[in-house]
Design a protein around this ligand. Structure first.
Ligand SMILES: Cc1cc2nc3c(=O)[nH]c(=O)nc-3n(C[C@H](O)[C@H](O)[C@H](O)COP(=O)(O)OP(=O)(O)OC[C@H]3O[C@@H](n4cnc5c(N)ncnc54)[C@H](O)[C@@H]3O)c2cc1C
Length: 485
């Protein structure tokens, strides 16, 4: 449905409407030259069953899931930690695990993460409040990013360092071999099948050979270098195409700030006007897992490409200038921020959207209305708003067209732009990562291509690993499993 604009209806990042336009400074022209690199023999670093490239929410979950099936799993990550944007990007607001009735629909490994995080590392409503429409309870959690459309949701904020630690623990429990500081640069493709990837590290250029590869780079880097086509359309005025580097301010009294924001309407308006006057693009803080830490996931900058190195650099420069300006302005004028200090600028730039793969199936706006359950369902996502039923996510959204030996999961799964607005969220990336890990291990263990897998086998294993699927999928997966016995 073209022309619909859902940007203001999503819960995530609600209330941050400000966009910074692209800095129009002219670029230095790039010389119209090339150089020829010498052909070389590339040493093989390892052989494995499943190679996961990118250790964000999707990749970490995929590696754990494949490990649970006994596959030999390697995970290559360019930075020094797991969690991707949910840790290194400071996207610590897990929005959202429950549907509008309060039922937790994103479960399995996603559930295990939140269950195993220590109590002091998460803040969110008690289970008894999920789905509550009680006005006072919803008003309380609205201020703390866990109530939208006047309904309380399971959308906690978490400590990114605790999630890094837990992600490492959970991958190591499954004997996943972690290779950090390694940037995957090239897929190895033979006769239309991805057989592994080449990565660069301090050791130089090396190859990993795998029975199945999972591209969880967020930007589908490997699939792109394999020459595949993608969907990239995205409204430049919409938040989903914005980029920025998030930051956290420490030394804050968040309860005092919230009391000011809700109790002194004029004072709050004046403060925001002053911030805009000083900085042009001015952002409100979000709560975090602690009262003394404020989270800023903007100002969001529009008009930049997440796969253009000069744009990425420009966003870092602009984000840092705005970060420093925010710290100064809040410290000087905002109640609760008198002793504030810049605690951390995110180590990972915040990219919401770049490429979406062309899959055997996809999630589209048309799927929202009927609530139809897909035969190949591998998970159920909360919809954008209570007027829509839950969304059944099909396996084919992870299986790229035109190539074998590889799956994609996370924020580049096959979907249209409207559906991307929620399929890119952390819980949904956990969901698609979980399914990709299961499918990759089944495929590697069975010696068949991912596209040849019977989705019912994936469903049975997902259920065994605690995932949530629609009741009709549970029945058909159960029937298939009984027939096989
Ligand atoms: C500012 C901002 C605010 C957001 N707000 C919310 C929110 O409130 N709630 C919510 O749930 N979601 C939110 N999101 C969305 C969510 O954070 C992301 O969509 C999600 O983290 C994507 O997960 P992923 O695993 O697909 O990719 P990523 O988190 O991007 O992880 C990809 C990983 O792959 C690694 N990698 C990439 N390329 C390579 C390579 N070539 N070689 C090796 N490693 C590589 C990266 O270093 C990274 O660790 C927000 C996103 C942004 C940017």
């Amino acid at each position: 449905m073209s022309g619909e604009n859902f940007s203001n209806t999503i819960g995530s990042e609600r209330g941050t409407e400000i966009f910074g336009g692209k800095d129009r400074a002219p670029r230095r022209p790039r010389p119209a030259l090339t150089i020829r690199e010498a052909a070389r023999e590339t040493p093989v670093f390892a052989e494995t069953d499943v190679l996961v490239v990118g250790g964000g929410p999707a990749g970490t979950t995929a590696a754990i899931a494949a490990g649970r099936l006994g596959a030999d799993v390697m995970l290559v990550e360019r930075y020094n930690h797991l969690g991707g944007l949910s840790t290194g990007g400071l996207v610590i607001w897990i929005d959202r695990m429950s549907d509008w009735s309060g039922r937790q629909v994103i479960s399995g490994i996603a559930h295990d993460y939140l269950d195993r995080l220590p109590d002091e590392a998460k803040q969110g409503p008690a289970r008894s409040d999920w789905g509550s429409t009680d006005a006072a309870t919803a008003a309380y959690w609205r201020q703390r990013t866990a109530a939208f459309h006047d309904i309380v949701t399971w959308s906690p904020t978490i400590d990114p360092e605790a999630l890094k630690t837990l992600s490492m623990e959970m991958t190591l429990e499954q004997k996943v071999r972690l290779t950090f500081h390694a940037w995957a640069v090239e897929p190895i493709v033979e006769d239309g099948v991805m057989r592994g990837a080449i990565f660069e590290s301090k050791e130089g250029r090396q190859a990993i050979l795998a029975k199945v590869v999972i591209d969880t780079t967020g930007d589908a880097d490997l699939l792109a270098r394999a020459g595949l086509s993608f969907e990239t359309d995205s409204d430049p005025t919409d938040i989903h195409s914005c980029i920025n580097t998030a930051f956290m301010i420490g030394g804050v009294d968040m309860e005092r700030w919230l009391a000011f924001k809700s109790g002194d309407e004029q004072g709050f308006k004046d403060f925001m006007a002053r911030g805009r006057e000083r900085l042009q693009y001015f952002e409100k803080p979000f709560v975090s897992w602690r009262n003394d830490v404020a989270l800023f996931m903007g100002p969001r900058l529009s008009g930049y490409s997440a796969i253009d190195v000069e744009d990425l650099s420009a966003v870092e420069v602009r984000s840092r200038q705005l970060t420093v300006g925010h710290v100064e302005t809040y410290r000087k004028f905002a109640p609760g921020f008198e002793n504030a200090f810049l605690m951390l600028g995110a180590p990972q730039i915040g990219v919401r959207h770049s490429r979406r793969l062309l899959g055997l199936e996809k999630v589209s706006r048309e799927d929202w209305d009927g609530g139809a359950v897909r035969d190949s369902e591998i998970g159920v996502s909360t919809s954008l708003a209570p007027k829509f039923p839950n969304i059944s996510v099909p396996y084919g959204a992870l299986v790229p067209e035109g190539i074998d030996g590889v799956l994609g999961a996370g924020r580049h799964v096959a979907c249209d732009t409207n559906s991307h607005s929620f399929l890119r969220e952390v819980p949904q990336c956990w969901l698609t990562g979980h399914a990709a890990g299961v499918a990759a291990a089944l495929s590697a263990n069975g010696g068949i291509q991912p596209r040849q897998l019977d989705p019912r086998l994936i469903q049975q294993e997902l259920l065994r690993q605690g995932a949530y699927l629609s009741p009709s999928t549970v029945s058909s997966a159960g029937a298939a499993s009984n027939a096989a016995e």
